[in-house]
Design a protein around this ligand. Sequence first.
Ligand SMILES: Nc1ncnc2c1ncn2[C@@H]1O[C@H](COP(=O)(O)OP(=O)(O)O)[C@@H](O)[C@H]1O
Ligand SMILES: [Mg+2]
Length: 402
Amino acid sequence: MEKKSVSAFFEEFLVRESLFIDRSVLLSSFIPENILHRDKEVNQILNILAPALKHEKPSNLFVYGNTGTGKTLTIKHITDNMAKIATERKIPLKIIYANCKLKRMADTEYRLLAQLASFFGRSIPATGLPTDEVYKIFYDSVEKESSTILLVLDEIDQLIKKTGDNILYNLTRINEDIKKSQIAILGISNNTTFMENVDSRVKSSLSEEDVFFSPYNALEMKDILKERASRAFKENIIETGVIEKCAAYAAREHGDARKAIELLRVAAEIAERARHKTISLAHIDEAEDKLEKEKIFDVVKTQPKQFQAVLLSIISIKSSNPYAYSGEIYDFYKRLCFKIGLRPLTQRRVSDIIREFELMGILNTKTISKGRYGRTRDISLSVSSSAIPLTKKILEDELSLS
Ligand SMILES: Nc1ncnc2c1ncn2[C@@H]1O[C@H](COP(=O)(O)OP(=O)(O)O)[C@@H](O)[C@H]1O
Ligand SMILES: [Mg+2]
């Protein structure tokens, strides 16, 4: 591109009218001051946690619900307020928030304890001490606080997935070993079924109380979006039906408000780049397509090699055949494994992998009757066809085929 046109672009960009008043309102880092449609849940939680302000140990609380249903937002809002009151009135209450999804936070039992101890100003070397010792330092630091401690473990399902439930067992028993402090645990989970697989003792002590965050329906989502949009955009730039369309999309996506807000932001950016003065339904469609693609690319990239090989086999067969049957896929997959030096799994295991992709929403399987030859499964991609070439390219790169 000529130098002149680059500067011309910037000249035009600078005078171009933005659709936004404040784009940051639509970023995930933004914390709204009003929480809509969660009065019931907020009230329940307030009642459960309030005793902490009177030196009583609140019940352990388990908060769960799908991603984007406002759990983190709600808990932070409540605990921030509690911490403020405690400081003002010199109430011995300490609130600790840990997001277990973060690697450095909760990769191992050791690491989480070290992190928790660091919140009390104790430093534990990154590795090396026996676990017993780490527990002892942590218990000790808790005891020294002489406070009621509310330990918020967000995305606690990730912790269990990585470290097992031993640590939770120990944490829920800690009050038996300390005298001057007391700990209440507030676990938050995006996975609504994870408790089913947790040790029953941990389960009963962790969920002395539980609060479920149901997915937002389309109407609730609409209110959340409207409020956000009114702060993010200038007036009259959203065409009729746009908010409703975003809300409906997110309601389909398990009531995830994060998705709804993201969709609106991406649509606005598309409109702005195209120099449109309003956000239209077509921009929402385009944004949806873009997000879908990004989702699949992310998923595909992070799969284990075996999964990638299975997916590539299916895509390759589909590119030249109307149907992809399980037997054919397996043959192709075995040849592919041979080519890239991967040890092939059994056909049964490959079927499991296909089923997992189905759960992720990437594949679709349909049983087809082949008359007297019995039945077979046709497997297809439930990904928009425009995303397939790049998906294939990513897989080939990942498997070092290109
Ligand atoms: N009731 C609500 N009112 C306003 N914004 C909300 C509400 N619920 C969720 N959000 C917004 O949706 C996004 C996801 O919320 P979050 O609390 O992180 O969900 P979760 O922790 O359940 O996954 C955040 O940007 C948050 O601000
Ligand atoms: Mg959360």
